[in-house]
Design a protein around this ligand. Structure first.
Ligand code: PHE
Length: 337
């Protein structure tokens, strides 16, 4: 029996030592219920009482040495596995990362910020108002009563008879004048809406920037000076401005304002359609009715206002011929800015 036990031990240890040892199989083969060692223990009944404890002890030693060998080998195999895994999954944190595509601001946002900066530099501050507006602020307070023909050219989207999507940023003028005593010097950029069908030059949603100055003794000369500085900053130092008489219900007198073509300098080219001038905004002296509607005494104060389309200015500046390009999110277009 002694020989059997030591044969079991050496056989088992040899198998455990093999590089591709299947430890679980070996364990079952020697230590399992039907294993070789168990078989030896079963036969112990036939031994003499003196031999029994000796063989029993030896059997235990054999079991222990096999168990230890299996445990050690298992640890070793696991360490090897981990090492291989670490090698395979090696990560070089100093390697340059793959660049994620980064976008940039939309040309309209960029134009708006540029406009804002020019006017902030002239002492204006930014005012904002709601896009969902009362009829009163969008029309009535601006001297456009019900049935006034100007409502046709600024037809918009109605939520109720009384609530609409603002068709211009001019209602912000009214809201500011209601709450702030002169001197007032604000610009109000933002979205406006009109029920126009979308085509190359019209969109039911577009952006305006409006300016308003109210103080004692403000004249048309201040308006001209302000816009002349603006035009030079926006389109270049050589830019001239030109006023053409026009009509807006909320200003009197009113004008449409052109800038000399910044491509041909006034000689006439494709951009200005041979005119030498490009129309960029509407302006005028705030109508006395509008001032008194807002609680400002027109005998004491006067002021000017102007409004421009941000799309229109951006299109002129970059020679963009279709307003829809701004809203289509086509990267081939946007990447050019
Ligand atoms: N709100 C006018 C428009 O949308 C533009 C404008 C603003 C004209 C201020 C004069 C003064 O057409």
């Amino acid at each position: 029996m002694k020989e059997t036990l030591s044969r079991i031990r050496s056989e088992a240890l040899e198998q455990i030592g093999a590089p591709d040892a299947n430890l679980e199989e070996i364990r079952i083969k020697y230590l399992g219920k039907k294993g070789a060692l168990t078989a030896v223990l079963r036969g112990m009944g036939a031994l003499s009482p003196e031999e029994r404890p000796l063989i029993g002890q030896l059997a235990n030693e054999v079991r222990e040495s096999i168990e230890t060998a299996i445990a050690e080998k298992s640890k070793e195999l696991q360490a090897k596995k981990l090492e291989a895994k670490l090698k395979a999954e090696k990560l070089d944190v100093t390697m340059p990362a793959t660049a994620a595509p980064v976008g940039h601001i939309h040309p309209l946002t960029r134009a708006q910020r540029e406009l804002e900066n020019i006017f902030i530099g002239m002492g204006f501050s930014i005012a904002e108002g709601p896009e969902v507006e009362l009829d009163y602020y969008n029309f009535q307070a601006l001297n456009i009563p019900e049935n006034h023909p100007a409502r046709d050219t600024q037809d918009t989207f109605y939520i109720t008879d009384n609530i609409l999507l603002r068709s211009q940023t001019s209602p912000v003028q009214v809201r500011v004048m209601e709450h702030q005593k002169p001197p007032i010097r604000i610009i109000s950029p933002g979205r406006v809406y009109r029920s126009d069908a979308l085509d190359a030059t019209h969109s039911p949603l577009f952006h305006q920037l409006e300016g308003l100055v109210i103080d004692k003794g403000i004249t048309m000369g201040d308006l001209k000076g302000t816009l002349a500085v603006f035009a030079k900053k926006m389109f270049g130092e050589d830019t001239q401005i030109r006023f053409r008489p026009h009509h807006f219900p909320f200003t009197e007198p009113s004008a449409e304002v052109d800038v000399s073509c910044f491509v041909c300098g006034g000689k006439g080219c494709r951009l200005c359609k041979g005119e030498g001038w490009i129309e960029i905004l509407g302006a005028g002296m705030v109508h006395p009715f509008v001032l008194s509607n807002c609680g400002i005494d027109p005998e004491e104060y006067s002021g000017f206002a102007f409004g421009l389309g941000i799309e229109r200015i951006t299109m002129a500046r970059y020679g963009i011929d279709d307003i829809r390009l701004f809203y289509e999110n086509d990267e081939r277009f946007l990447e050019q800015f």
